[in-house]
Design a protein around this ligand. Structure first.
Ligand code: ZN
Ligand code: ZN
Length: 545
């Protein structure tokens, strides 16, 4: 048996939600599982997507053999263009996942080496033998992987739940997970998203019942919003609409594109007689499906809610079903959206009703089931914040998996046959910000924008002659920080302190313009923080006269 250890290196998704990217390495060979992105929150201004720092991959490019994709969610495929444009690896995944990847690559003018897989297919990548294992999740065609290495088998669950009655009747392949458990699993790496939720999550089918109830009571139009990639949810809306003799109109680019891709690949049944050509129908005969579950201001639903959408306006009597959970951080946007909908006379049913949305991630009892059927020797929780990971590790301990380690992005877990260790040093990791032109935005620019938006800015100008003497008092210009008239006293005070500092500085130091800038910045920073609790962007300018 080989003595070279396996190295497990998360570059994203462990210690945070989003941008999942995992490296499995043995000697000179490595594979990647997923390559996702993260959407920015309102604090990262002017940034469109966030992708993981892939320095480690590019620095070790010759090791990498392939990318294996678990499913088509953006937090698992969104960063692929930024990987593939520099390192064109073969990409394995199920047809729908690859369909979404292909659409994405077309936007970037990229060709990818896309290799479709079916559940239980086995491929070789260097010394790794990788088997695809079907799982259920909030998107069709989701996979976990059994990666057999020279030291033993690693099971990477991907995002999963154990839905016994999924809409497509293709449940999580528990037999196959158990089969590997029987042969012996060295390491289980498992989804922690719902590690804090007790019990067993409800089946996706429950939502069909919820929609049925809403449709049977609605007197006017029904609008349903869900994630554009949630093919089964869209299918359930189409099916219920058909039952109640309503026609479905899809509104929103991403939804239309995704359903088109899914239909072409045979994942959606959307019969002609259920399609609406326009919103011009009797309200009792229409269902509008659209995007914007997170209250994103630019989404179709948000624009409808303020009367800014060309095709559809919200009207009195509309029922709006928000069939998704609110991602932490978006609560304010969603609350605002819901209020706007009520203002226009609509009624809103959201995920607080248990049968309007169900999660796609395994809850505590499902996680235990996964641990028990795979019976791993070692365990690493993934896909969650530190709190989720730690709870999941406790769950594992509770079912008798004693050797679990919690690692976060950039940490390296090493496994030889008998032991799991975590290296002291981290590999490069972090976030890379990308703007609308697909250009990288340096982190410092994002930080400056945050300061500007929250605390305004201060420009301070001093002029110093060649002997190092101050030519006149420093000038202060501020925007967004203080009301200039009301704060004259404060600004006078800052100016006096600056003069005090500059007159005390030795002449030769004053000739060092960078040093003067640094001192002024430090003084102003301290001053505004201490006296106002603010952190404005400070731009010191020194003129040499
Ligand atoms: Zn997912
Ligand atoms: Zn995910």
């Amino acid at each position: 048996m080989s003595t070279t250890p396996i190295r497990v290196i998360p570059l994203g998704g462990l210690g945070e939600i989003g941008m999942n990217l995992m490296v499995y390495e043995h000697g000179d060979h490595a594979v990647l599982v997923d390559c996702g992105m993260m959407f920015p929150d309102s604090a990262t201004l002017g940034v469109d997507v966030i992708v993981p720092d892939m320095t480690y991959i590019f620095d070790n490019a010759q090791k990498f053999r392939a990318v294996f994709l678990t499913h088509g969610h953006e937090d698992h495929i969104g960063a692929l263009p930024f990987l593939i444009e520099r390192l064109p690896l073969p990409i394995y995944g199920m047809p729908l996942t690859l369909g979404f990847v292909k659409d994405k690559f077309e936007e970037f003018n990229l060709e990818g080496d896309l290799r479709p897989l079916q559940p239980r297919d086995v491929v070789e990548a260097g010394p790794f033998v990788v088997e695809a294992l079907r799982v259920t999740h909030s998107i069709v065609d989701a996979l976990g992987y059994a990666i057999t290495t020279p030291l033993g088998t690693v099971i990477h669950t991907g995002d999963f739940k154990i839905d016994h009655t999924p809409v497509d009747a293709k449940p999580t392949d528990l037999q196959r997970f158990a089969h590997h458990g029987e042969l012996g699993v060295l390491l289980l790496v498992s989804d922690s998203t719902n590690a804090l939720v007790p019990g067993h999550g409800p089946s996706e089918r429950v939502v069909g019942g919820g929609l049925d109830r809403i449709f049977s009571q609605a007197k006017g139009r029904i609008l349903v919003t869900t994630f554009a990639s949630h093919i089964h949810r869209v299918q359930q809306v189409i099916d219920v609409a058909r039952k109640f003799r309503r026609k479905v109109l899809l509104v929103g680019r991403s939804l239309v594109d995704n359903i088109e891709t899914a239909e072409r690949l045979g994942y959606v049944r959307f019969p002609r007689e259920v399609r609406a050509g326009s919103a011009d129908l009797d309200p009792r005969e229409l269902v509008i499906m659209t995007t914007g579950t997170q209250g994103e201001p630019s989404s179709a639903l948000s624009r409808m809610a303020i009367g800014e959408h060309k095709q559809v306006q919200i009207e009195k009597g509309d029922v709006v079903v928000i069939s998704a959970r609110t991602i932490p951080g978006n609560e304010r946007h969603v609350a605002h959206l819901i209020d706007n909908l009520y203002r226009r006379g609509a009624d809103v049913v959201s995920h607080e009703q248990p049968d309007v949305h169900v999660s796609g991630h395994a809850c505590e009892e499902e996680l235990k089931l996964m641990l028990n059927v795979t019976k791993p020797k070692f365990f690493i929780p993934m896909h969650g914040t530190l709190r989720h990971l730690i709870h999941h590790a406790r769950i594992a301990k509770g079912v008798g998996v004693r050797h679990g380690v919690v690692i976060t992005n950039g940490q390296v877990a090493t496994i030889d046959g008998d032991e799991i260790d975590v290296l002291e040093e981290r590999v490069p990791n972090g976030k890379v910000f990308i703007d609308a032109e697909a250009e990288e935005v340096p982190e410092v620019v994002v930080r400056d924008r945050q300061h500007l938006a929250e605390d305004g800015f201060v420009i301070v100008v001093v002029a110093i002659d060649s002997t190092g003497a101050m030519v006149r008092d420093p000038e202060l210009i501020t925007r967004g920080l203080v009301h200039v008239d009301a704060s004259q006293e404060l600004l006078d005070d800052v100016r006096a302190q600056l003069v005090g500092m500059l007159t005390e500085m030795p002449r030769e130091e004053l000739r060092d313009l960078e040093l003067v800038q640094e001192r002024m910045r430090a003084l102003l920073k301290r001053y505004f923080r201490k006296n106002m609790g603010r952190r404005p962007l400070i731009l010191p300018v020194v003129w040499e006269m």
